[in-house]
Design a protein around this ligand. Structure first.
Ligand SMILES: [Zn+2]
Length: 129
């Protein structure tokens, strides 16, 4: 048992682990975003793939994503802004930091788009800030 990597200060099993390791869908776009970050830290690319649809899936390569997720050292996640646009659409702006395989710190600053479909949230697009 350990503190969840998403920065919530909750135990993994009571945070993103509920969505990553069970069939319980993340209840909000932010919860999904956090659990997707967490899944990247665990190199759980099946979860990443199963929680994306549409444009986001088009250029997604699961093998590359897995290798990349395993190569970098994850430093942390900051959720900067959550905007619930409609009941079925939300945006989450975040920064995710990591050390690349050269030991250089890098930050992904992205505004992610999520949609609710059949009672599940999906990541559908990301705009690099
Ligand atoms: Zn978490």
């Amino acid at each position: 048992m350990y503190t969840c990597h998403c920065g919530s200060n909750k135990l993994y099993d009571q945070c993103c682990g509920m969505y990553i390791d069970t069939a319980t869908p993340a209840p909000t776009a932010e919860a999904l975003m956090r659990s997707r970050y967490c899944a990247y830290t665990l190199a759980n690319i099946d979860y990443i793939k199963n929680t994306m649809q549409g444009k986001a899936l088009l250029n997604f390569n699961a093998d590359e994503a897995r290798t990349w997720a395993q190569t970098v050292t994850w430093l942390g996640l900051q959720v900067l802004k959550v905007k619930q646009k409609t009941q079925r659409k939300a945006y989450v702006t975040f920064k995710a930091s990591f050390l690349n395989n050269n030991g250089r710190e890098q930050t992904i600053h992205e505004k992610s788009e999520f949609i609710l479909k059949d009672a599940k949230w999906y990541y559908v697009n990301g705009m690099i800030k």
